[in-house]
Design a protein around this ligand. Structure first.
Ligand SMILES: [Zn+2]
Ligand SMILES: [Zn+2]
Ligand SMILES: [Zn+2]
Length: 367
């Protein structure tokens, strides 16, 4: 569903916000890309239907990974690839959250803080796997936001409830059907490993590091997935998310923006929050990840080195039917008559579509 308001509308209302907020070049470029997405600024093409002759104009999208409008295509491809990796077992979903004391450091050195999160979480799970003498696998997806766009870094981990023993044999159930490992134990090991990781990467702020031991860290085990199909469904919804979807933006004025959010303190009821445009963009920009930062990572038996053969062998032994990956058709259907195929008849740059397509009636004969 097309939403009425977009992040781009907020950006248009405050043209000089990058300077006001002191954003870096990469953040400013990202915001500009979002603002120009699917507008004449990025150029586009003119399509004609080979049945009804309807002419339509499309503007190019920015393809920026932080853009709420540019997620669909990548997500589909990613899900198709993941379907090929599935194993016949329960999948667990565990969320590891960083304490808010680390937020200032995360803003200054996001790569260091988030890399350490991936590493510490995987080391933690590996240790628990080793206790059972098996090698596990994990897909980690980094989210940096909370519901109201605040900084709330956490790692969603999808973990198959089984692993491979030292003879390469699949060992299925780890513990119970309910949880993968006890979260309290996970939380302690995670905290120790994370702080160790920070020290190892050169963070020397001792008062900060010591204060991190003053409270328990939050590790949350969500209800496990019923089966592989649900895992895929879940991944589809969560992996390629951005900090806020356009659907949640309810109104944009010259000075303010209102958006919906779930308040977990009141049982997850939906509420409306209004911020100044500048504050909204400040919060949004906190979630722009460093250039080339990999926010979805695969580990253990789901890592890329395993996928080059060993995972496939394991699936064969477990009689997993790998889905046929069908080549996506490039034919585009006409939205007007719904039977014809669209052909691109003109490509245009930032000067916009050629005038004749804007002025003439929308029907031209096609050869
Ligand atoms: Zn875009
Ligand atoms: Zn999340
Ligand atoms: Zn048509």
């Amino acid at each position: 569903m097309q939403s009425k308001w977009e992040i781009a509308d907020v950006l248009r209302a405050i043209p000089k916000v990058e300077q006001d907020l002191g954003l870096c070049v990469h953040q400013s470029k990202t915001l500009r890309a979002l603002q120009q997405c699917r507008t004449a600024a990025l150029g586009g093409h003119v399509d004609a239907c080979d049945e009804c002759g309807n002419i339509s104009i499309s503007y190019n999208s920015c393809r920026n990974r932080h853009c709420p409008k540019c997620q669909g295509h990548k997500r589909e491809q990613w899900i198709q690839n993941r379907e090929a990796d599935l194993l016949p077992c329960t999948y667990y979903h565990v969320v590891f959250t960083l304490p808010c004391e680390l937020n200032p450091l995360a803003l200054h050195q996001p790569k260091l803080v988030y890399d350490a999160l991936f590493t510490a979480v995987w080391q933690t799970l590996q240790q628990f796997g080793n206790n059972e003498s098996i090698q596990l696998g994990m897909i980690g997806v980094l989210h940096t936001w909370g519901q109201n766009l605040s900084l709330h870094p956490h790692l969603h981990c999808i973990v198959p409830g089984g692993g491979v023993d030292k003879n390469g044999q699949w060992q299925k159930q780890i513990r119970s059907d309910k949880y993968l490992f006890a979260v309290k134990a996970l939380s302690k090991v995670f905290r120790a490993k994370y702080v160790h990781q920070l020290r190892a990467t050169g963070v020397e702020d001792n008062p900060l590091l010591e204060s991190l031991f003053n409270k328990s860290w939050v590790v949350y085990a969500k209800r496990p997935f019923g089966g592989p199909k649900q895992v895929i469904e879940y991944l589809g919804r969560y992996t390629h998310k951005v900090a806020i979807s356009n659907q949640r933006i309810k109104e944009v004025t010259d000075s303010e923006v209102s958006f919906s959010y779930k308040d977990y303190k009141t049982g997850g009821t939906t509420k409306l929050m209004t911020l100044t445009n500048k504050e909204f963009i400040r919060r949004f920009a906190q979630h722009i990840l460093p250039k080339r930062f990999v926010r979805i990572r695969h580990y253990g038996i789901l890592s890329s080195s395993w996928k080059r053969g060993r995972l496939q062998q394991l699936q064969e032994r477990l009689h997993v039917q790998r889905p046929e990956t069908e080549a996506k058709t490039l034919l585009r259907k006409c939205p007007c008559c719904k039977t014809g195929t669209l052909n691109t008849i003109e490509v245009f740059g930032s000067r916009g579509p050629p005038k004749q397509y804007l002025l003439k009636p929308q029907i031209v004969p096609i050869a």
